[in-house]
Design a protein around this ligand. Structure first.
Ligand code: ATP
Length: 320
C-alpha cells in the first residue's frame, strides 16, 4: 500500500481544504519558518489515531481546529483524510478487494473525534489497527518530529524493540497480541464474574427452593385449616338451624296461647256486654229507689219536726 494524498480541512493553520499529493519517489515540503510544514506531518499522525494532545503541540485535542487569524474566522470542525492506493494488494486482508482506501478523522468542538474508513464510521482502535497492520502508526519511529532524532538514538530497549518490530512488519501482530491479551484478561474476568454469578444464583436457587417448600407447606396447612374451618362453620350452621327451629316452635306455641287468650278475652267481653245489658235497668231502678228514699227521708224529717212541734204543744196544753 502507498500513501497517495493527505487532505486537510480546518486543521491547524490549514483553514481551507488543502491537498498534498505524495507522488512516486521522494516528496519534500519546503517553506519558511512557521508556514505549517510540521502541521502536515502532525495531520498524518493525528489521522493515524494520535491520542496525545501534547504530542500535537496543544493543551487539548480541540486545539488542532483552526483557531482563526486576523482576517479569517475560527472553525468548529477539523478534518484530515489520508488516501492510500492498494494496487499491490499487500494491505490488510479485509481491504484486499479495494483499490483505494481512505481514512478520515474528524473533530468537532464539544463532540470529540470520529474515524471513518471508506466513509464508514469505525472505532479509533480500528483506524489505529489498520495503520499498525501496515507497520506504521502515530507513534511509528518512521515519523520523526523536529529534534526527536537524538531521542531515538538514546531510546530505551523496549522502544527500540518497537522500531525493530515495525521494520520486521510485525507491529500489527504485536498490537493484536496485546489486544488479544487484553481480551483474554477481560474474558477471564468475565468468566470469574460469571462463576461468581453462577454460585450466587445457586445460593439464591437453594434459598428459593427452601422458600418454595415452605410456601407449599404453608399452602397445604392453610388448605387444611380452611377445610376444618368450613366443617366448623357447617356444624355451627346446623346448630343455628336447630336453634331457629326450636325458637320457631316456642314462638308458635306462644302465638297459639296468645290466640286462645284473645278468644277468651273476646268471650269475656261479650259476657260483660250481656251482663251490662241486664245491670242497667237495675241500676236505673236503684237510682229511682234512692231518690224515693231521699224524698221519704225528707218527708220523715218534716214529720219528725211536726211531731216535735205537736209534742211541744201537747206538753204545753198538759201543763195548762
Ligand atoms: P518551522 O520551520 O519553524 O518548524 P513549520 O513550517 O513547521 O515551522 P508549523 O510549526 O507547522 O510550521 O506551524 C506553525 C504555525 O501554525 C504557527 O504559525 C501557528 O500559529 C499555526 N497554528 C498552529 N495551530 C493552529 C491553529 N489551531 N489554528 C491556526 N493556526 C495554527
Amino acid at each position: 500500500m502507498e500513501f497517495k494524498k493527505i487532505q486537510l480541512n480546518g486543521f491547524k493553520s490549514f483553514a481551507e481544504k488543502t491537498n498534498f499529493l505524495i507522488e512516486e519517489g521522494l516528496t519534500g515540503i519546503v517553506g519558511p519558518n512557521g508556514c505549517g510544514k510540521s502541521n502536515i506531518v502532525e495531520s498524518l499522525r493525528w489521522c493515524m489515531g494520535e491520542t496525545s494532545a501534547k504530542s500535537m503541540r496543544g493543551s487539548g485535542m480541540e486545539d488542532v481546529i483552526f483557531s482563526g487569524t486576523s482576517n479569517k474566522p475560527s472553525k468548529n470542525i477539523a478534518e484530515v483524510l489520508v488516501s492510500l492506493s492498494n494496487d499491490n494488494k499487500d494491505g490488510p486482508l479485509q481491504y484486499n478487494e479495494l483499490d483505494e482506501i481512505e481514512i478520515r478523522r474528524k473533530i468537532e468542538k464539544d463532540k470529540g473525534s470520529k474515524f471513518y474508513i471508506n466513509g464508514k464510521e469505525v472505532r479509533a482502535k480500528d483506524a489505529q489497527m489498520f495503520f499498525a497492520d501496515l507497520s506504521t502508526g502515530a507513534h511509528s519511529p518512521s515519523i520523526i518530529s523536529q529534534g526527536r532524532i537524538g531521542a531515538l538514538v538514546t531510546a530505551k530497549p523496549s522502544d527500540r524493540r518497537a522500531i525493530l518490530e515495525e521494520a520486521a512488519g510485525i507491529a500489527g501482530l504485536h498490537v493484536r497480541r496485546h489486544e488479544a491479551e487484553l481480551r483474554l484478561g477481560a474474558a477471564e474476568n468475565n468468566l470469574k464474574r460469571a462463576d461468581e454469578l453462577r454460585r450466587q444464583q445457586e445460593r439464591q436457587l437453594a434459598n428459593l427452593q427452601k422458600q418454595a417448600e415452605e410456601a407449599a407447606k404453608y399452602k397445604s396447612i392453610s388448605e387444611e385449616i380452611k377445610k376444618v374451618e368450613a366443617g366448623l362453620y357447617y356444624l355451627r350452621l346446623l346448630e343455628i338451624d336447630n336453634e331457629i327451629k326450636v325458637e320457631n316452635e316456642i314462638n308458635n306455641e306462644a302465638d297459639n296461647q296468645v290466640k286462645s287468650f284473645n278468644d277468651k278475652l273476646e268471650d269475656l267481653s261479650m259476657k260483660i256486654i250481656e251482663k251490662n245489658k241486664n245491670v242497667n235497668p237495675i241500676r236505673e231502678k236503684n237510682q229511682e229507689n234512692l231518690s224515693k228514699i231521699q224524698r221519704l227521708n225528707l218527708e220523715l224529717k218534716s214529720l219528725d219536726e211536726e211531731k216535735d212541734r205537736l209534742m211541744m204543744k201537747y206538753n204545753q196544753l198538759e201543763r195548762l
